[in-house]
Design a protein around this ligand. Structure first.
Ligand code: SF4
Length: 372
C-alpha cells in the first residue's frame, strides 16, 4: 500500500528551497507519492526541476491540455494523473499514452463524481430519466469507458481512481470495479472535509475496502496539512490491518478466502491482508487529558507528532496527562512521558527512567527516544 498526498501550493521556482526539505520530510513519515497540480506549462517546468531534486516519486496532475502532460514526461516524474474525458480528442489522449508508454510512466485515470460524463449524471436535472445507473455504477461505467480507450491504444500501465464525497458511493464503486477487473485502484474520499470530519469520513469509507483487500494506493484528502494527511493514512491503514487480522472477509467476488493475486485459506488470508496493510513505524497512544492532568498532552502531541511519525522505528509511545494513571495505563508502551506540572516523568514499560524539570521535557524525551 502506498500513501499519497497532494502538494497544496502553487508550484514556483522561488519556493523550491522550501519544497525540497518538506517533501523529503513527508517521505520520512511514510508518504510514497506526492501529486502536484500542473495547470500550465510554466508549472510543468517547476515540477520537472523539483522531480530532479527530490527522491520522492512525483505525480503530475493534468487537466484539459495534453501538451502539459507531454512536457511533464520530459522529466523524471513517476506518474501522470489525467481525466481523459477532459483532455479532448482521442488523438490527444493517444499522444499522451504513446509518450507514457515510451517513457514507461503509469497513468492514473481519475474519475470524479462531480465531473461524470453528461449521460452518466443524475440528479439536479442534469440528465433527467436518461441514466438508469446509480452514482456508484455511473462512476464504474465512466472508469470502464476510459479503460476501453486505453485498451484500444494498447496501454495497460494504468491505475484507476473513482472518487466521491459520499462514503456509500466510494465503497460501492470500488467494490464493483475490484470485482470485475484487476486494474490497480487508488482509493480515497474526495472533499472529505477538515481534519476531524475528513478523517472520520475517510476511515468509514476506506477501512472496509482495505479490509477486503481493495486499494493499492490511498490518499486522505483533508482541508489540512500534507503531514496530517500522511498521519491519517497511516492510522487508517493500521486500523484496517488490525481488523483484517481478525475478521475473514468475503472478497468482492464472493469467494471467502480470496485476496487479489492469491488464494489462501482462513487465518492465512486474514494475515496476508493484514501484512499488506501494516506500515510499521511509531504507534502513538495519548490520553485525552482531564482535570487531573499535570502534563499538557495536547501541546506535546502537536509539537511531537510529525517528528514521531518520521522515525524509522517500530515502537509505541505514550503521551499521558498525569503521573497517577499515566505510567500504569500505558505500561505496554516502549516509551512514555507524563508530568506533575513543574516536573516531567519519562517511563519505559511503566517504569520511570527519568525525572526532569518541565523546561527540559523535549530534550530528555529526545534523548530517551534515541536510545530505542
Ligand atoms: Fe486524566 Fe490522567 Fe487519565 Fe489523562 S491519564 S485522562 S490526565 S486520569
Amino acid at each position: 500500500m502506498v500513501i499519497q498526498t497532494m502538494w497544496k501550493d502553487r508550484l514556483s521556482f522561488s519556493d523550491l528551497e522550501n519544497a525540497v526539505p518538506r517533501i523529503e520530510g513527508l517521505a520520512c513519515m511514510g508518504c510514497g507519492l506526492v501529486r502536484c497540480a500542473v495547470p500550465n506549462i510554466a508549472a510543468a517546468e517547476v515540477l520537472g526541476r523539483l522531480a530532479q531534486m527530490v527522491s520522492m516519486p512525483l505525480v503530475a496532475d493534468i487537466h484539459y491540455d495534453y501538451k502539459i502532460a507531454l512536457r511533464c514526461m520530459d522529466f523524471p516524474i513517476a506518474k501522470i494523473r489525467i481525466n481523459p474525458g477532459n483532455i479532448g480528442s482521442t488523438e490527444k489522449v493517444r499522444a499522451v499514452l504513446e509518450r507514457a508508454a515510451e517513457k514507461n510512466i503509469p497513468i492514473r485515470i481519475g474519475v470524479n463524481a462531480g465531473s461524470l460524463p453528461r449521460d452518466l449524471r443524475s440528479g439536479a436535472g442534469e440528465c433527467p430519466d436518461c441514466n438508469p445507473l446509480n452514482r456508484a455504477e455511473a462512476l464504474v461505467e465512466a472508469a470502464k469507458r476510459e479503460l476501453a480507450i486505453f485498451d484500444e491504444c494498447g496501454f495497460t500501465n494504468v491505475v484507476v481512481s473513482m472518487k466521491a464525497s459520499s462514503i456509500a458511493d466510494t465503497i460501492k464503486a470500488n467494490r464493483i470495479l475490484a470485482g470485475s477487473t484487476d486494474v490497480p485502484l487508488h482509493i480515497g474520499v474526495t472533499e472529505a472535509g477538515p481534519l476531524i470530519v475528513g478523517v472520520a469520513r475517510s476511515s468509514a469509507a476506506l477501512v472496509p475496502l482495505l479490509v477486503e483487500g481493495i486499494g493499492d494506493t490511498l490518499r486522505i484528502s483533508l482541508s489540512d496539512s500534507m503531514e496530517n494527511e500522511v498521519i491519517a493514512a497511516r492510522e487508517i491503514l493500521g486500523a484496517a490491518a488490525e481488523i483484517a487480522a481478525i475478521e475473514p472477509q468475503p472478497s468482492p467476488q464472493g469467494v471467502e478466502s480470496e485476496i487479489r493475486g492469491s488464494r489462501l485459506e482462513g487465518g492465512s488470508a486474514c494475515e496476508a491482508r493484514a501484512t499488506r496493510l501494516r506500515q510499521g513505524g511509531v504507534r502513538v497512544i495519548s490520553c485525552p487529558r482531564c482535570g487531573r492532568y499535570g502534563f499538557d498532552t495536547h501541546s506535546f502531541s502537536s509539537r511531537w507528532l510529525p517528528r514521531l511519525y518520521a522515525l524509522d522505528k517500530t515502537i509505541s509511545v505514550a503521551i499521558m496527562g498525569c503521573e497517577v494513571n499515566g505510567p500504569e495505563e500505558a505500561r505496554h508502551a516502549d516509551l512514555g512521558i507524563t508530568g506533575t506540572g513543574y516536573k516531567v516523568i519519562i517511563f519505559r514499560h511503566g517504569k520511570v527512567v527519568r525525572t526532569v524539570p518541565a523546561a527540559d521535557a523535549d530534550a530528555a524525551f529526545a534523548a530517551e527516544l534515541d536510545l530505542l
